[in-house]
Design a protein around this ligand. Sequence first.
Ligand code: FES
Ligand code: CO
Length: 321
Amino acid sequence: MLNDPVLLNDWHVVAYAPDLQEGKPMAVRLLDEDLVLWRVGERIHAWRDLCIHRGAKLSLGKVQNQTLRCPYHGWTYNEEGQCIRFPAHPEQKPPARACAKVYQARERYNWIWVSPGNPAHDVPAFPQWDDADFRKIHCGPYKFNASGPRAVENFLDVTHFPFVHQGFLGDPAYPEISDYTAEIGEDGVTAKDITIWQPDPDGSGQGAWTTYTYKVIRPLTAYFVKSSEGPRFAMYFTATPVSECETIAWTYVAMDYGDTPEEQIREFEDAITWQDVPVVESQRPELLPLDLQAELHLRSDRTAVAYRKWLRQLGLTFGTA
Ligand code: FES
Ligand code: CO
């Protein structure tokens, strides 16, 4: 695992919670490290995927009686990560140092979040999650062979809509972006009053000027709320850094109107993301440059400029240059 204290001491989504079934360990990867997830009822465990005996992957093992048993020689670990049994020597009490590397794990928004370090904060907020006016539709996850910060910056960028998402989110005949503000505060970046023409912002079939508000609340977690007249549509986006240039984006759409079937909303978001992926994967340098002189910026790039400045203030190194 690379040594980036900002991301080590943060929360990252590693799985969709319903996919982690009782009795079945799951292998995931985060920050260049293999992890095993397993659950006992509501309790989720996230450990380094490595048996300290001979280094076999614990995710190939078995969950039974609230323990995880290594596939190789059967060393058996309790829920705290302590080895409690060497099958070859049942009379021998395993020493305290015979234990797995245990990380913090939480289930929130139907996702499993893991922190390899000691975060000073909780899992990032998702304001629409507890608001019953909003339907929440899980979309993705989406794999980008790109750095986490590049993927997040693409999520924050509306000026590509008329070109990458022509007919979906923008119209090349109306590529102008209103002037807007982007500010760095204690909890991240807020960009407000970003107005753009959209061919069909709310599913009514009518084109309209649409206003976006973006909030970046963690280095790799952001959401937007957009409104034309009345209906509100939000999207929550959190990017998991698998390695420096491999990212998995986990998203929810939240909307307070309409009864479009979830499957149709997912298909739309899938189509949008597959338009983004090749462009984001093509960006060079692959690591997001935090030196503002390294690329050119326009007034309409304020959100990205504020994002880069904030990452620099935080001292993020993983995925940036
Ligand atoms: Fe796990 Fe030997 S490698 S028990
Ligand atoms: Co896009």
